[in-house]
Design a protein around this ligand. Sequence first.
Ligand SMILES: [Zn+2]
Length: 239
Amino acid sequence: MYLRIIENFISNNTMGLKNNIEKFDTIGDNHIGTSTETPMRADAFKLSADEKIEIIKDDVQHIMETLGLDLSDDSLKGTPNRVAKMFVNEIFGGLDPTKKPKASTFDNKYQYGEMLVEKNITLYSTCEHHFLPIVGRAHVAYISNGTVVGLSKMNRIVDHFAKRPQVQERLTIQIVEELQKVLNTKDVACVIDAKHLCVNSRGIRDIESSTVTSEFGGKFKEKDTRREFLDYIQLETKF
Ligand SMILES: [Zn+2]
C-alpha cells in the first residue's frame, strides 16, 4: 500500500516535472518573453567576471564531454575557456550594468526640432530560448526636446542591450526606454528587423523569414510621425 502511494507520488511528480519541462520547452520555442526587464537573480554580481569565467569553463567542458567529445584533442582543448570568456565578456557582456554606455548628452544648439533617425544599426544578439544568434538591423529615432546625444551613442545603446540573452520584443523596448531616459523625452522609436538562427537553422528551418518588432513612444504614436520614421528607414542609402 505504502509502496503504491510512494510509486504514485513519484510518478505524479515526475509527470508534473515532465509536463512542466514540455510547457517551458513550448514557451521557449514560441519565443514568448515574460518581462521588459531582463530576468536577473538578486545575486547576479556577487561573483567577479573572472570567477564566472572559471565556473562556465567547467560547465562547457562538462557539456562537451557529455556529448562524447575528446577534449584532449588540440582543436577542442581551448574551447571551454574560449566560450566562457566570450559569454562573460562579449556576447553577454551587456548583463553588467557597469558596462552601460555613459549618458553624455549635449544641448541642442542648432535648434534642430525635426526627427533624427539612426538607421541600419548592425545588431548581433542571442536568443534566450536557444542561445543561438539573432542577427539584424535596428533603426532608432528621436525628436529632441532640447537635448541631443552623439550619434554613435545610439549604436552603443543598441549594442549594450543586444549583448544579453534576449527576446526581440524586450530588446526593442529596452532600447527605447534607455534612450527616453538619456534624452529626457518620450519621443523615441525603434524598429528591429532580425533573423533568428533558431528559426532559420533549426526547428522550422525557414532561412528567409525575419522578425520585425517596433516600439513607438510619445509623438511616434501619432500616425504621421510614425509614417515619416518608417519612410526614412526605407530610404536606400548608397555611398
Ligand atoms: Zn530561439
